[in-house]
Design a protein. Structure first.
Length: 171
């Protein structure tokens, strides 16, 4: 299936989506280094994150393909100190098997717009370098530039993992 054939709909997260979001993230937590989490999060943790982001006015989006959740994206505070209040960190995950079809680009593009509407001025992406090619390409295609690297800051699946930090001014 080519990118032009997909009917991608991006919308705000609904409570009914939390199970799908949890399943997507759980796969990455267990099977990859894309997140430094090592175990899936309970659906209740996703519900609490949704509540926190809503209270801050920050976006949490899902992408649907053929009526099914195919990925999600949200921004959270970069740091909790008040001076960082206009800087956010993004998180984008696509259903395994549906990567490379344009879903991530659509999600991240809409996330940037929603974060701008929420008052953010800078967006940060922290990407585990061990599996970074697709994520780095996605972020660079959406206007992010390299801001730095942190060497061997994570240990997962029996190896040390460095992170690449990308940054984008918004709007």
């Amino acid at each position: 299936m080519g990118q032009g054939e997909l009917n991608i709909k991006v919308r705000r997260l609904a409570a009914d989506d939390l199970g799908d979001v949890s399943a997507i993230f759980g796969w990455y937590a267990v099977n990859s280094a894309a997140t430094f989490e090592e175990a899936p999060r309970a659906e209740s943790e996703w519900s609490e994150l949704r509540r926190q982001l809503d209270s801050l006015g920050l976006p949490f989006l899902v992408a649907e393909v053929d009526g099914k959740v195919a990925g999600y994206a949200y921004v959270g505070p970069w740091r909790r100190k008040p001076a960082y209040r206009y800087t956010v960190e993004d998180s984008v995950f696509i259903t395994p098997g549906l990567t490379g079809l344009g879903i991530g680009r659509r999600l991240l593009s809409e996330l940037i717009g929603a974060a701008t509407e929420a008052g953010a001025r800078q967006m940060i992406a922290v990407i585990a370098e061990s599996e970074a090619d697709a994520s780095v390409g996605l972020h660079k295609a959406c206007g992010f530039t390299e801001a730095g690297r942190l060497k061997d800051v994570g240990y997962k699946h029996g190896r040390w993992i460095s992170t690449l930090i990308l940054q984008r001014q918004i709007p």
